[in-house]
Design a protein around this ligand. Sequence first.
Ligand code: CP
Length: 311
Amino acid sequence: MPLSSKHLLGLEGVSKKEIELIFKTADIFKEVLERPIKRVPTLTGKTVVNLFYESSTRTRISFELAERRLSADIVSFSASTSSTSKGETLKDTARNIEAMKIDIVVIRHSAPGAPLFLSKILNSSIINAGDGAHEHPTQALLDMYSLREKFGKLEGLKVLIVGDISHSRVALSNIYGMTTMGIDVSVCGPATLIPRELDKLGVKIFYNLDEAIKHKNVIMALRIQLERQKVGLFPSTREYYNYFGITKERLKSAKKDVVIMHPGPINRGIELDSDIADSKYSIILEQVANGVAIRMAILYLLSGVESSLKV
Ligand code: CP
């Protein structure tokens, strides 16, 4: 296997060399995606099942496109229209699907650890497409890939992640991946939404956004995840916007060429002003576009296809 594991469960423990291999492989697939016919035979004969137990627009469509463009056979599953709604467990669903001879499972689930659980009971490769507030490794890979494309390198960049750090799988995967790649990572948000132990991961913590954004190359705003908060951890979305919303006024104290990112879906007027989301600073749609090449790279590298990449 070109990667040290046959699964992608998270970026914790994934090495710089492995991340660079993923990026170099994505470069090849990005070129394929520029062609008039955006399909290669790389995964012909392989079967991928997309198990989505939670809502998704970007990740689900991006995985499906990546699989189709690699010529894999694909099956997509939604919890709401499956026998999950009749009480079937994740274990039973997964083992029944695997009995039909599959190779790779892509799973999104609200329970942290659901992909790890599947990796212990199935023989297929498991790809985590977001597990609760734990990790979302392909999102962090496409984020870093987009920054590599924008700046030419990752080492030494100063990135600020703003918002609900406690409930964000995007933040945790980016913190693991970015610190591995030599990026200087800071976070900022309400004290109730930042884990106290975060500095142990090599991250700087700010509670004042105007202070935090100075000298940063990149500001990544996160979605306020009201569905994962059991108690109100900030008084109102209006107050959140006043203290932590990214606005034109606030960007006056940022670097002139600062880059704005957001994993989506955006709550416009809460995390980001609408005109900032659509401005020249924003690379939000580049992030989405790069997701397909990154997911093609992961699917290829985990597929066990032995021959060298011919596209
Ligand atoms: N970024 C992301 O995971 O978006 P979706 O929830 O739409 O997949």
